[in-house]
Design a protein around this ligand. Structure first.
Ligand SMILES: C[S@@+](CC[C@H](N)C(=O)[O-])C[C@H]1O[C@@H](n2cnc3c(N)ncnc32)[C@H](O)[C@@H]1O
Length: 454
């Protein structure tokens, strides 16, 4: 017989592990779920929700705890801090868990972990939060940085950065969107696939399907358990991909027979989208830096049976002279800070630093420098990131056109009316979650000048 597992103890173990340097929360959660495969579906959902929610709302939870605890959160013992954070998350955001159960379980867990002398403290803080939460004084809008930081659990330096670039209204929409759960977005493959049949197959498996905005073959899916259990997925007819990322395929606009190089291609989202648009013709050379990464591209290309995809391990910062002036289209979907996808990858907001961004800008420019030589004169270079700060986006593009024989080219012809603006006419698009109905993302289309007009 299997021993009953204490779910809150597992949550505590996960939260402590995530705090260690270099850990990624989704991997720590996944490895615990794999280890405890026998947990019921509901138990798995509880464990995932409490861990993810505690992380997403960490700064707000700490602000609340600091109102009620005689010891500041920063000075607490790590075990007690994580018990309190995850318990306050349950008290405030999980209606189906009774307050008394949250407090009792937290006290039991503190005792089990050897903190006998702190059980009264844990009990006192949690019962006060449960009783008095409605009367907590939160920062007001006239202190915009504190207000947004506490309300949306975003480090202050990032709030300041977003306010500086986008102003209050857009920043607030974006921070709110980061905390809002979204359905999965899929792209239905077009070449050799009947869209109606794919939609029927999804509906037969009781999946809720709705059209997503901006791109014709983009759909939201809900009410499924496990992606590989879907026939449409196993048959290679759907690919999970955010609409923002699909827009790279639209803006690249490959023509049958084109030779495309995708320099940073793993796990293969844009490669496969472009392979589909090439309709089995031409070739897409999908590269990434390591075997682990290129294996992900291979796995996806095999599932979708695309024979025009060639996968190789290559460091994009190193010059590949064999690719000199060969590509009709080059995709530079570079490694970036990921500030546009904080809603899906919570760790980013706590781990990224200004120095880290500066290092990424250097890496992005090194990649662009090599990439500049691979495009045929008259060919196209698409520069994209899933981030939203100017240094990694438009400032890199401006640096590139100043130093290399390229010019921005309007992308209006490839976008729906809703996404067109002065910047898309100039050649680039900055998407923001909450403002747009997708992840935060940047795309620029650059044309390599021909010999005579360099
Ligand atoms: C934004 S992700 C690419 C996402 C991919 N284009 C897609 O649509 O699925 C950036 C990729 O850059 C890769 N990368 C990082 N440094 C690199 C380098 N020096 N050379 C090549 N790839 C690199 C990472 O391994 C990562 O897979």
């Amino acid at each position: 017989m299997v021993n009953k597992v204490n779910l809150r103890e597992l949550v505590l173990g996960i939260l402590l592990e995530i705090n260690k340097e270099g850990q990624h929360s989704h991997l720590v959660i996944r490895s615990t779920l794999e280890k405890y495969q026998y947990l019921e579906k509901q138990e798995r959902a509880f464990l995932t929700r409490v861990c993810e929610g505690t992380l997403e709302y960490k700064l707000r939870l700490d602000y609340i705890l600091d109102q009620y605890s005689s010891v500041p959160v920063e000075k607490m013992k790590p075990v007690i801090r994580e018990i309190l954070r995850s318990s306050v998350y349950q008290l405030l955001y999980m209606d189906n868990v009774p307050d008394s159960a949250v407090c009792d379980e937290a006290v039991k867990l503190a005792r089990k972990k050897g903190f006998y002398n702190l059980t009264g403290f844990v009990n006192g803080v949690l019962r006060k939060v449960a009783r008095e939460y409605g009367s907590i004084h939160f920062p007001e809008k006239d202190q915009p940085v504190e207000y947004l930081s506490v309300l949306y659990s975003m480090p202050k330096w990032l709030v300041e950065k977003f306010l500086g670039e986008y102003g209050f209204e857009k920043t607030e929409k974006m921070l709110e969107a980061f905390l809002t759960e979204k359905p999965t977005t899929i792209r239905i493959r077009q070449h050799l696939v009947d869209k109606g049949a794919v939609l029927d197959s999804l509906k037969r498996q009781k999946v809720t399907v709705e059209p997503a905005p901006y791109v014709e073959n983009a759909y939201y899916i809900k009410d499924y358990d496990y992606l590989p259990a879907l026939e449409a997925f196993r048959m290679g007819n759907i690919q999970v991909q955010d609409v923002s990322s699909m827009l790279v395929g639209e803006v690249a606009d490959p023509k049958e027979g084109d030779y495309v190089i995708d320099l940073c291609a793993a796990p293969g989202g844009k490669t496969l989208c472009i392979a589909d648009k090439l309709k089995g013709t031409g070739r897409i050379d999908a590269r990434d830096i390591s075997r682990t990464k290129t294996d992900l591209i291979r796995e996806n290309a095999i599932r979708q049976n695309f024979l025009n995809v060639v996968v190789t391990e290559k460091d994009a910062t190193q010059l590949d002279s064999e690719s000199f002036e060969k590509a009709d289209i080059l995709i530079a979907d570079v490694p970036c800070s990921g500030l546009g996808v904080i809603g899906k990858k919570t760790d980013i907001k706590y781990n990224i630093t200004q120095n880290g961004i500066a290092e990424l800008v250097n890496l992005q420019r090194k990649i662009l420098e090599q990439a500049s030589t691979y495009v045929k004169p008259g060919g196209t270079l698409i520069y994209s990131t899933c981030t939203i700060n100017k240094e990694e986006n438009i400032e890199n593009v401006r640096w590139f056109v100043e130093n290399y024989p390229y010019e921005l080219e309007s992308i209006d012809d490839y976008l729906c009316e809703e996404l067109r603006s002065d910047t898309t006419k100039e050649g680039y698009l900055q998407l923001l979650s909450g403002v747009h109905d997708c992840d935060g993302f940047f795309i620029a289309r650059l044309k390599r000048k021909t010999e005579w007009n360099r």
